[in-house]
Design a protein around this ligand. Structure first.
Ligand SMILES: [Zn+2]
Length: 187
């Protein structure tokens, strides 16, 4: 969030891309944010084409009556779409799905925005990191892995390792950039 404020204060553009589905980034104040794996605070209709399903629809989880299922878990009490009656599902990317499966994943925007990529806190064992590395390589975008471990991720796409702990390196970068005041404000 400090980096976002710092970058925008100098007239630059910033985009945070996360695989996390929780809402911690929003709670911390991040605004320019793409959650490529969806968001756990929403659900959607399992029927594609329903206004509350893919490719554009979803509903907040707190508007779903989940209590009957929690009281008596069964197929009959599973939460259903208020528009069409189909089963509801989590508004997150499942293993057999593609990034263009829902507009909210904003995958094309991620690729279009890539100028320099920092991969932080990833084991590179999920498909999204392979896609990012391949896209970065095609666009000749520099890509770094912040990782204190020995491997630092795959090297075949020109990935460069910054061998450090993210919780130490990133605050140090903020201090160097002059963004540390924003860090202090954000706690
Ligand atoms: Zn529906």
């Amino acid at each position: 969030m400090a980096l976002e404020r710092w970058q925008q204060a100098r007239g630059g553009r910033f985009l945070l891309v996360t695989q996390n589905i929780d809402t911690l980034h929003e709670q911390a104040g991040s605004k320019e944010l793409i959650k490529v794996h969806g968001s756990a605070d929403r659900a959607r209709c399992s029927q594609d084409g329903c206004p509350l399903g893919a490719p554009t629809g979803s509903i907040p989880r707190d508007r779903i009556a989940i209590q009957p299922f929690q009281d008596r878990p069964s197929r009959e009490t599973l939460p259903r779409c208020p528009r069409c009656g189909s089963f509801l599902r989590q508004h997150v990317l499942w293993f057999d799905e593609l990034y263009d499966g829902h507009r909210d994943y904003q995958w094309n925007r991620v690729l279009g925005a890539m100028r320099l990529a920092l991969c932080i806190g990833t084991s590179f064992s999920v498909g999204v990191t392979e896609l990012v590395l391949r896209a970065a390589s095609l666009r000749q975008v520099p890509v770094f892995s912040v990782d204190p471990g020995a491997s630092g991720g795959p090297r075949h796409y020109g990935l460069r390792q910054l061998r450090a702990k993210a919780e130490e390196l990133l605050p140090a970068v903020c201090v160097e950039l002059g963004a540390s005041e924003e860090l202090e404000k954000s706690g």
